[in-house]
Design a protein around this ligand. Structure first.
Ligand code: SAM
Length: 283
């Protein structure tokens, strides 16, 4: 498809490293076809309307919006998630947290028949919904402070066919939460306030600040979680957390000081410790 070549060239000229993939994803989306169709039918022409739409999307990409934001969807751990203004675009690194959580939850379900989790700062619902998709006996509460994020998470739960096991709760972390859970899981905001302006422009311009800002040292949400988690955990329950690169020691210290011990760790694709599991120390 010549149009694929020219789309790729426009993105590459603008310095976009993922020009090849982004051009293909945008074209597949606009033309309503998949990669196989493009390979089978390389000379398929776009209609004028489709062509103009592609040009407009390429311009947005060149201005710094990610391809997934433009499309409004992103795949995550086998499910598809809609994005909205106040949701963070889920990252592949967060799949490390889901992978760390799964064996513990499978085990709880084998022993108790069901398990309950709360996903603090659920955003699109990525973590809770992918776990619900994997584990039919799991139930989840997704907490967020953003009404827009909660509406998106609810919509995504319907799209993933797990809405009967998902509840969205508007809460400032634990403020409105009741009940007890087998796991408290979270990918909280963990960027230092002062570092936000230096992030990639895709992130600074299009991810909501509330989903990024972890306070002056990037650790505020971890302190809040460590302070309150024990009151919401069932016996033997755990806290599972995504962390920023290089934050492991500080976060371990925060949890150790509140009677938790680290019982699991998982690295991301880049080899950084990315997900930690904490268990309460039995007194
Ligand atoms: C890093 S994003 C994670 C989103 C999603 N869980 C994921 O992994 O893709 C953090 C989320 O925490 C939410 N959040 C920020 N402050 C909060 C607060 N005080 N109480 C509840 N949620 C909060 C944000 O709205 C955002 O959705």
């Amino acid at each position: 498809m010549n149009v694929l070549r020219s789309a790729r060239a426009s993105l590459a000229e603008a310095g976009i490293e993922s020009a090849e993939l982004d051009a293909r994803l945008l074209l597949e989306w606009i033309a309503g076809c998949d990669r196989l169709e493009i390979i089978r039918n390389p000379n398929r022409e776009l209609g004028q309307h489709e062509y103009e739409a592609l040009e407009a999307k390429l311009a947005r990409r060149i201005k710094g919006e990610s391809v997934h934001r433009i499309i409004g969807k992103r795949a995550f751990f086998g499910i598809e998630l809609s994005l909205s203004t106040e949701t963070l675009e889920p990252r592949p690194d967060t799949e490390a947290l889901v992978e760390l959580a799964l064996p513990f939850l499978q085990n709880r379900i084998s022993n108790h028949g069901v398990a309950d989790i709360v996903d603090l700062g659920t955003g699109t619902g990525a973590i809770a919904l992918s776990l619900l998709d994997q584990l039919p006996q799991l139930r989840a509460v997704g907490v967020d402070i953003s009404a827009d994020a909660l509406a998106t998470a609810r919509e995504n739960a319907v799209l993933s066919n797990v809405s009967s096991r998902f509840a969205a709760l508007s809460s400032n972390w634990f403020s409105e939460l009741t009940g007890s859970y087998d796991m408290i899981i979270s990918n909280p905001p963990y960027i230092r306030t002062g570092d936000i302006a230096q992030l990639q422009r895709e992130v600074v311009l299009h991810d909501p600040v509330r989903a990024l800002d972890g306070g002056p040292d990037g650790l505020e949400p971890y302190r809040i979680i460590a302070d309150h988690a024990a009151g919401y955990l069932r016996p033997g329950g755990v806290v599972a957390l995504e962390i920023g690169a290089g934050q492991r020691q500080d976060i371990e210290a925060i949890f150790n000081a509140r009677n938790f011990v680290m019982s699991g760790v998982r690295q991301d694709f880049g080899g950084h410790d990315r997900a930690l599991l904490f268990t309460t120390i039995e007194k």
